[in-house]
Design a binder for this molecule. Structure first.
Ligand code: ZN
Length: 286
């Protein structure tokens, strides 16, 4: 049976529990035991999750208003991202299947809320729907079979990519090309793994302007979440709140025939089974 789990959101900059589509303000309900900062809940994830599981809705708890949602993890220390982590995407890009995870960063200043606008920085901006891992306990040299114990939960992410900047020279510059302001919408909430039927097999899909562009399954990752945590934590200490964008399945715009890039007015809808979705509208650079 699937548990209710813990759903941590950022509502107007304040940590909130989401229960049945309604919000419980964390600082108020805990009488200050947990602050309004969502990063503090992640920094004390085990105690927070234990408290959160005991909370019940009260009459005064408002409905969740999606437009008030900010990035569910607003200030991670580190944001890792993995390239070419689905076989079908590596194949469509005409690139070899990697033998070790291909790692870059999205600078944390690119993070945005689940309904944020995406300001197009060139005429070659692309979408990449991804499962995002949120670390909940410090991880150093963790073995794969223990790795999920270090996860607070998952959320949906878009690794928005300016291909013009990314491939403006050789070698490519992934990190800056994927870090323009607003190029990392995440959310809508951090969802603990016990809220998911099977966290290892989640269907994901992305539509742009009403057209289904990506459809995949997280079980098809080349390096699964435990392997990614083991690999990264072998070199870097992962701290609570750190994020891992785990790669995108086939169907990005830059390798379609004909090529398709984001245009002002396009709505990107990104969904992952059990985690909810993002809805991001593209606007022109002024
Ligand atoms: Zn990506």
């Amino acid at each position: 049976m699937v548990e209710r789990g813990v759903r941590l959101a950022n509502v107007d900059g304040r940590a909130a529990l989401v229960i049945e589509g309604r919000c419980v303000d964390v600082e108020a309900r805990s009488a200050g035991a947990f602050s309004a900062d969502p990063m503090e809940a992640l920094g004390r994830w085990e105690a927070f999750a234990e408290w959160a599981r005991e909370q019940e809705l009260r009459d005064e708890d408002p409905d969740l208003d999606p437009v008030r949602l900010g990035a569910c993890v607003p200030r991670p220390r580190q944001v890792f991202a993995i390239g070419l982590n689905y076989r079908d995407h590596a194949e469509e890009a005409g690139l070899d299947i990697p033998e070790t995870p291909m790692v870059f960063t999205k600078f944390p200043s690119c993070l945005a809320g689940p309904y944020s606008e995406i300001v197009l920085t060139s005429d070659r901006v692309d979408w990449e729907l991804e499962l995002v891992v949120v670390i909940g306990r410090q991880a150093r040299q963790v073995e794969p079979d223990r790795a999920l114990l270090h996860v607070a939960g998952y959320c949906v992410g878009q690794d928005i990519s300016d291909r013009r900047l990314q491939f403006s020279d050789r070698p490519a510059q992934f990190s800056l090309g994927k870090s323009a302001e607003g190029y990392g919408p995440i959310g809508p909430e951090v969802v603990s793994l016990d809220a998911l039927e099977d966290p290892g097999t989640l269907a994901l899909s992305c539509e742009v302007a009403g057209e289904r562009m990506q459809e995949g399954h997280t079980k098809d990752m080349i390096f699964g979440v435990p392997e990614l945590i083991a690999y990264l934590s072998g070199y870097c200490t992962l701290e609570p709140g750190d994020l891992i964008f785990t790669g995108t399945p086939a169907g990005v715009g830059s390798v379609r025939t004909p090529r398709r890039y984001l245009a002002p007015g396009d709505i990107i809808t990104s969904e992952i089974e059990g985690l909810g979705g993002l809805v991001n509208r593209c606007v022109a650079l002024r």
